[in-house]
Design a binder for this molecule. Structure first.
Ligand code: F6P
Length: 354
């Protein structure tokens, strides 16, 4: 049995732990398994760049962040566009799969990557998707691996900022990853005790973000957790083209700096911005992710042995769930403004600036 495996898109802490779960299950259950690891995601599958893996390659990697296979971003929208040498990428991927006589391909990837996995399914390949992303925005699964580890890191950043904010009596903005969705900001914001949480799904009014209320209550500092993709009500009303233009010409490095400048202007308070950036994807997976990855990996391994393909292996109510890739592709799991967590946060005074 020959199984192809690749890690695609932005990395996260728990990719190796997940691959280990798949590989150990396969090696443990069958003697004739050969795993082919594609280098740097779909790039390796397109250009036949791969390694024949050995069982020992998957040992000792449970706690290692990053990916032993490397990764790259190969946008779905360009998959049907020939490369600079006129190569048809989809045909190339199918050829590699056939040439290597693969029985299936396992893709560890997020939203964009799983669209390509689904495309390969439509093209007749046996595929299985595993839900990777610190953003937790994959439709159909309650959780993705990497999310919890990133929450831990983003929360630690807010914790550190809290003490310095309190000492200096400043307003601090912590910018948290997530361009389209705010799950990471919502969770880390609540875990870190942020006073204001701004996420892309709930456009803010800068006058409501102004932190005067806390200052009037005698509180010397405020913490604002802002998602990379947070958006004001005015910006949300722009057309896609106008919004792109505004981003391209914005005088600030990111939305947090823009919000910071506006708050200073409106309140006269001193504002500082902290951006942990890619630190949020780094380091070792937390124990929760190690368990999640091991479970998802083992379940994917079993599905390969049983010949069940065309699914994303996810979690529903703490049970393994097989979600058809056809249902997952192209959908995002976003925060709804009336989500329980948002309502609970609002009940105890956390502002979303809306
Ligand atoms: O999808 C994961 C993620 O970390 C997002 O939260 C973030 O917006 C994006 O990737 C950053 O991408 P890149 O690593 O290409 O800068």
């Amino acid at each position: 049995m020959r199984v192809g495996m690749l890690t695609s898109g932005g990395d996260c802490q728990s990719l190796n732990a997940t691959m280990r779960g798949v590989a150990k299950t396969l090696y443990n259950q069958r003697k004739d398994v050969e795993i082919i690891g594609f280098i740097e995601g779909y790039r390796g599958l397109i250009y036949e760049d791969y390694r024949i893996m050995k069982s020992k390659d998957f040992s000792g990697i449970l706690t290692n962040g990053g990916t032993i296979l490397g990764t790259s971003r190969q946008p779905f929208k360009l998959m049907r566009v020939p490369d600079e040498n006129g190569l048809d990428k989809v045909e190339a991927m199918k050829n590699t799969y056939k040439k290597l006589k693969l029985d299936c391909l396992v893709v560890l990837g997020g939203n964009g990557s799983q669209k390509t996995t689904n495309l390969l399914r439509q093209e007749g390949l046996n595929v299985i998707g595993l839900p990777k992303t610190i953003d937790n925005d994959l439709w159909g699964t309650d959780v993705t691996f990497g999310f919890q580890s990133a929450i831990n890191l983003a929360t630690q950043t807010i914790d550190c900022i809290h003490t310095t904010a309190a000492s200096h009596g400043r307003v601090f903005i912590v910018e948290i990853m997530g361009h389209k969705v705010g799950w990471l900001t919502l969770h880390a914001g609540i875990a870190g005790g942020a006073d204001i949480i701004l996420v892309p799904e709930i456009p803010y009014d800068i006058n409501k973000v102004a932190v005067n209320k806390r200052a009037k209550e005698g509180k010397r500092f405020s913490i604002i957790a802002v998602a990379e993709g947070a958006i004001s009500k005015e910006q949300a009303a722009l057309s896609k083209k106008e919004y792109k233009k505004y981003i391209a010409t914005r005088q600030y490095p990111s939305i947090s700096y823009e919000i910071g400048a506006k708050i200073s202007e409106l309140t006269g308070q001193e504002v500082r911005v902290a951006v942990p950036g890619h630190m949020q994807r780094g380091g070792s997976p937390c124990p929760y992710d190690r368990v999640l990855s091991t479970r998802l990996g083992a379940a994917a391994g079993k599905m390969i042995l049983d010949g069940e393909f065309g699914y994303l292996v996810g979690m529903k109510n703490n049970h393994i769930a097989k979600i058809p890739l056809a249902d997952v592709a192209g959908k995002l799991k976003m925060i709804q403004p009336d989500d329980e967590m948002v309502q609970e946060a609002k009940l105890m005074g956390i502002s979303f600036g809306d």
